[in-house]
Design a protein around this ligand. Structure first.
Ligand code: ZN
Length: 252
């Protein structure tokens, strides 16, 4: 989509000056039902970033809504997952082959037989990084790239407590908590007062899809955490981090 307002601006995602060609929706319109798509935030993006982000969105929308607990998830399955899977035989095969039974403890303490699907969580993590850069620009006009890097992960209970403690103690220059599409995408974010390129984000999709990691058996997370930072040591550590175990999404 061409837009004069965004043309030749700095790309929010890669930070290159004067390369923006499009106005990119921070979270793609396809995540939302038709009646909640108006006025979704847009940011200037270059063609390469826009294309890469679109590929990630395409994959995430092919699988993630199936784990959704939001009332909008069934519509997303019919409108997004179905048609995308129909056109992608390889992904269909991977989902069938990776389908697993799993035992779930219900709130009243009974065990329930559920199911999980394999999910390339790295792609959701990368998409979460793009979204964080877009949100920082949308809310605070903060250009994070290229001097700062974004890193995303889904935490288990202990990680979440650590993150939330840090959240409370930060000397914030801005805080935002919001949702789009009646809660289909929910998020909160904070940027540091003395350096707004240092930000923290917590995001959930489709009411909080349950994400699991084979390296942390029995522990799941319903939110994605994204941090951005321009500290060279922090960047070196995150850049060296290897991809984790096999991820899956829970289907209840
Ligand atoms: Zn770019």
């Amino acid at each position: 989509m061409a837009s004069k307002k965004y043309r030749n601006k700095t790309c929010v995602y890669c930070g290159e000056a004067a390369v923006a060609e499009t106005a990119d929706h921070v979270v793609a319109r396809e995540f939302f039902s038709m009646d909640t798509r108006a006025n979704l935030p847009k940011v200037p993006a270059c063609r390469d970033c826009n294309n890469h982000k679109s590929q990630l969105e395409h994959y995430v929308l092919s699988v993630l809504p199936m784990g959704g607990v939001h009332s909008g998830a069934p519509a997303a399955i019919v409108n997004q997952v179905g048609p995308r899977l129909a056109k992608n035989a390889a992904l269909q095969r991977a989902l069938l082959a990776g389908q697993r039974d799993r035992a779930i403890m219900t709130p009243d303490g009974r065990w329930w037989q559920g199911m999980s699907l394999p999910f390339e969580a790295e792609r959701l993590a990368t998409l979460g990084c793009y979204i964080a850069l877009g949100l920082a620009w949308h809310h605070w006009r903060v250009q994070i790239a290229p001097s700062a890097l974004a890193n995303a992960r889904s935490f288990t209970a202990a990680g979440t407590r650590f993150f939330e403690d840090m959240w409370d103690r930060l000397d914030a220059g801005g805080r935002i908590a919001h949702n789009w599409g009646n809660g289909v995408f929910e998020y909160r974010g904070v940027c540091v007062r003395t350096n707004p390129r240092v930000t923290l984000w917590q995001m959930s999709f489709f009411g909080g899809v349950e994400l699991a990691d084979s390296e942390k058996p029995g522990q799941t997370s319903r939110t994605l955490f994204v941090a951005t930072n321009d500290d060279p040591e922090w960047i070196a550590q995150r850049g060296a981090r290897r991809a984790g175990g096999r991820a899956s999404i829970g289907l209840g």
